[in-house]
Design a protein around this ligand. Structure first.
Ligand SMILES: NC(=O)c1ccc[n+]([C@@H]2O[C@H](COP(=O)([O-])OP(=O)(O)OC[C@H]3O[C@@H](n4cnc5c(N)ncnc54)[C@H](O)[C@@H]3O)[C@@H](O)[C@H]2O)c1
Length: 375
């Protein structure tokens, strides 16, 4: 007995990640997986098929999927993939159900058991499976790199015979996983770093990574460790404090997000107009519309003398490392349900119950509603 696992080649534009990397193959084989991948699945990160040992490559996607007990992917797959899956087979990938109603309906119709990676509970025991965190950490690091390449100055203080320059001032707004990694990276590179978030517990976290915390007196702790939306009064209170910090910064990195909402606008057009000439904003929240009023998602452009960089799907830009961490996240999730070469799903496990999106034709969850019990 073994579990037939199929790994898709990603087809969405600009997606370079792959859900399985060679180092994770032996771990899955040990769990009882027989591994199949779509031909060329790793090519976007220069992993040719022969780089994978103990994996059978299949060119025909329909055949690959039709024989699978488990299908692994990064992005939500095309409807045709779900149509080709066996009833009762398992799909593990990012889904973002609120943006993919047709896909969710198809998962229900085809009675596919789907575990949506973005639904992994943010609890200590699930940290090794938390792909949102692994991918955000890489994005936070990369935001500093991107910002630095668009600045016409260096980050650290440097002393030469001709004189001393720097350090640059970096402000990070939104101190979740990405923001804290951005602080750590900018600090390591020698910048003077400030951090701001509406959750007061981030003050200590920012300080422990070498940043000064910008205190606004607004506490917007929401449910489940996330932030809530600010009231109009709170917004103007924050803006009054933040303006000075935004306008003295060389590099501003924004990562603020509220689950289920558009990105909060934290930097106004007027604040941008008052920024230092040559300053750079890297808006990591472009996917949700951006934290800056001037942001154009997916574009890099100038507003006056300020450069705004608003990349989409940042983890894909670091596809090699992002795939490595994502594949490990998926392996750790599969390890909860693959034992002795068979799949056994223990629905009393809060990680599996929290992550399931569809099972046996029932919605484990829709993005807005609380989790229903699955059979
Ligand atoms: N225990 C765990 O295993 C675990 C793992 C990962 C994350 N977490 C927690 O989950 C939570 C969310 O982390 P995330 O990285 O997904 O965050 P996120 O991507 O949802 O949001 C990024 C940050 O934006 C902040 N934000 C929202 N509105 C803002 C505003 N108006 N101004 C300034 N900042 C604003 C949020 O507070 C958050 O820190 C955090 O509390 C984090 O510590 C826990």
């Amino acid at each position: 007995m073994y579990v037939n696992v199929a790994v898709l080649k990603e087809t969405r534009p600009h997606e370079r990640r792959v859900a399985l990397v060679p180092s994770v193959v032996p771990k899955l084989v040990k769990l009882g997986a027989r591994l199949h991948m779509e031909a060329g699945a790793g090519l976007a990160i220069k992993l040719i098929d022969s780089a994978y040992k103990d994996v059978v490559f299949v060119a025909d996607r329909h055949k690959l999927v039709g024989d699978a007990d488990v299908v692994l992917a990064v992005q939500p797959p095309a409807l045709g993939v779900i149509d080709g899956m066996k009833e009762g087979a398992i799909l593990v990938s990012f889904i973002y159900a609120d943006k993919e109603p047709a896909l969710v309906q198809r998962l229900l119709d085809r009675k596919v058991t789907c575990f949506a990676m973005e639904r992994v509970p943010r609890i200590t025991r699930a940290q090794a499976m938390d792909a949102l965190s692994s991918q955000s950490a890489l994005a936070g690091y990369y935001a500093v790199q991107l910002g630095a390449t668009h600045l016409a100055r260096i980050l650290p203080k440097v002393t030469t015979a001709a004189g001393t320059i720097g350090p640059a001032k970096v402000l990070v707004v939104g101190l979740g996983v990405a923001g804290l990694e951005a602080i750590a990276t900018a600090h390591r590179l020698g910048a003077m770093v400030e951090g701001y978030d509406v959750r007061p517990e981030t003050q200590e976290q920012a300080q422990s990574l070498g940043a000064k915390f910008v205190e606004t007196g607004v506490d917007a702790r929401g449910k489940g460790g996330y932030a809530r939306e600010l009231t109009v009064e709170e917004k103007s209170k924050v803006a009054a404090v933040l303006t000075k910090h935004i306008q003295t910064a060389d590099l501003v990195i924004t990562t603020a997000a509220i689950p289920g909402h558009k990105s909060p606008k934290l930097i106004s057009k007027a604040q941008v107009a008052g920024m230092k000439a040559g300053a750079v904003i890297v808006d990591l929240s472009a996917e949700g519309g951006g934290n800056c009023e001037d942001t154009r998602p997916g574009e890099t452009f100038e507003v006056g003398q300020v450069t705004i960089v608003a990349p989409l799907n940042v983890p894909s830009l670091l596809g090699e490392d992002a795939s490595e961490l994502y594949a490990k996240n998926q392996y750790n999730l599969l390890a909860l349900m693959m034992k002795d070469n068979v799949i056994t799903i223990d629905w009393s496990d809060e990680i599996l119950a929290g992550t399931v999106l569809t099972h046996a034709g029932k919605a484990g969850h829709t993005a807005a509603a609380p989790l229903q019990k699955v059979a």
